[in-house]
Design a protein around this ligand. Structure first.
Ligand SMILES: Cc1cc2nc3c(=O)[nH]c(=O)nc-3n(C[C@H](O)[C@H](O)[C@H](O)COP(=O)(O)O)c2cc1C
Length: 366
């Protein structure tokens, strides 16, 4: 390979990145009562200063009573919260960084904290946390409209604060993904359908309102996944045609960049081709895509929650695919959580200094 393709600049719709590395969104729960602190700002600033091309923040809650299931996850609404985020983006900008908040609604995913509950009922398409598992009430049409408004308001706030882009969290079995999935969306109104494109209406309506809120020239990313935390083997789209229709609906509604979440980036999406999820998404829609999943590490992230450590792994396969332009950007999660200097170490061929990922890193803001 002539030059490392990770270090080619990327420009798209006013988003100018010095390289192809994206910090993957990672919930940290270090924002007491939803307000990001200076520690959080310094955590992101360290990654920006060490040449991460684009930082996507941890998931941050939109303005619905139960958008979050953890009191120490940051919110993206309210004066104190947005002042905290202003400090974050100012610190990131002070060292030349570029950042997008990940706008999040957890939907029907219960809190793990026995001493805390969200200040309102959980939202979900149909009162199901997984197929056939009742959990609260399904959202009314007014609730749906208010949730769409909440995402658009957060996007407008992000732009006003100076963030270069926003990412909608449409993956991993949270609210937007609960609408995509026929296992959790059995609505009989305009937001439910036997067809995936019909169940994509909630995401599409969010994208359209976000677009109105931020204008035509502001880059909007949506993160999507076939897999769900409720079931790793689920696929929303079983073949390229279904994938094209689903993603086409999102792009038509205003998505500029598709962030295609896999747990292992090298796994083929469909039989008969070694293209991964981001590879197919780019081929079928023509828009830029972000890949993710165990980049530079031996083990995947769900096992990391269970305590499994991961060792540094070769980037050769990733670089070959990036060089072939199967996707445009590469998100890195745990390797950057563990080590703010991961990008510069890779760039400068300091492979012997790359760190293993230890679960204990999840409890610290390095
Ligand atoms: C501690 C932790 C928190 C995470 N939180 C989020 C999140 O808030 N939003 C999201 O979309 N993904 C989240 N993820 C998934 C990561 O963005 C990423 O997709 C995953 O870790 C795979 O990348 P990796 O193998 O490089 O770690 C989280 C992962 C970890 C390890």
């Amino acid at each position: 390979m002539a030059a490392n393709p990770l270090f080619k600049p990327f420009s798209f719709k006013g988003l100018n990145l010095k390289n192809r590395v994206v910090m993957a969104p990672m919930t940290r729960s270090f924002s007491p009562n939803g307000v990001p602190t200076d520690d959080v700002a310094q955590y992101y600033k360290r990654r920006a200063a060490a040449d991460v091309g684009l930082i996507v923040s941890e998931g941050t809650g939109v303005d619905r009573p139960a958008s979050l299931n953890d009191k120490n996850v940051p919110r993206f609404h309210g004066d104190k919260e947005l002042a905290g985020w202003k400090h974050v983006i100012d610190e990131v900008h002070s060292v030349g960084g570029v950042m997008a908040p990940q706008l999040w609604h957890v939907g029907a995913v219960r809190t793990r904290d026995p001493d805390w509950a969200p200040p309102g009922p959980y939202d979900s398409p149909s009162g199901l946390s997984r197929p056939d598992k009742p959990f609260g009430e399904g959202m009314s049409e007014e609730d749906v409209a208010d949730a769409i408004r909440a995402f658009a308001d957060a996007a407008a706030a992000a732009k006003a604060l100076g963030f270069e882009s926003i990412e909608l969290h449409g993956a991993h079995g949270y609210l937007i993904d609960q609408f995509f999935w026929d296992g959790t969306n059995v609505r009989e109104d305009a937001y439910g359908s036997k067809e995936l494109t019909g169940r994509a209406r909630f995401a599409a309506d969010i994208l359209k309102e976000v677009r109105k809120a931020v204008g035509p020239d502001y880059p909007v990313i949506i993160r999507i996944s076939q897999w769900k935390q409720q079931d790793y083997n689920v696929k929303l789209a079983h073949d390229p045609k279904a994938l094209e229709q689903w993603l086409g609906a999102l792009v038509d509604a205003g998505a500029d960049i598709l962030h295609c979440s896999q747990r292992r980036f090298w796994e083929p999406e469909f039989e008969g081709s070694d293209l991964n999820f981001a590879g197919w998404a780019k081929k079928l829609t023509g828009v830029p895509t972000i890949t993710v999943g165990s980049v530079g590490l031996t083990g995947e992230f769900i096992a990391a929650y269970g305590g499994e450590a991961s060792q540094p792994a070769s980037l050769d396969e990733l670089l070959t695919r990036l060089d072939r332009e199967e996707f445009d950007l590469v998100a890195v999660g745990r390797a950057l959580l563990q080590d703010p200097d991961w990008v510069v170490k890779v760039r400068d061929n300091r492979a012997d200094e790359l760190k293993s990922f230890e679960r204990s890193a999840m409890g610290v803001l390095f």
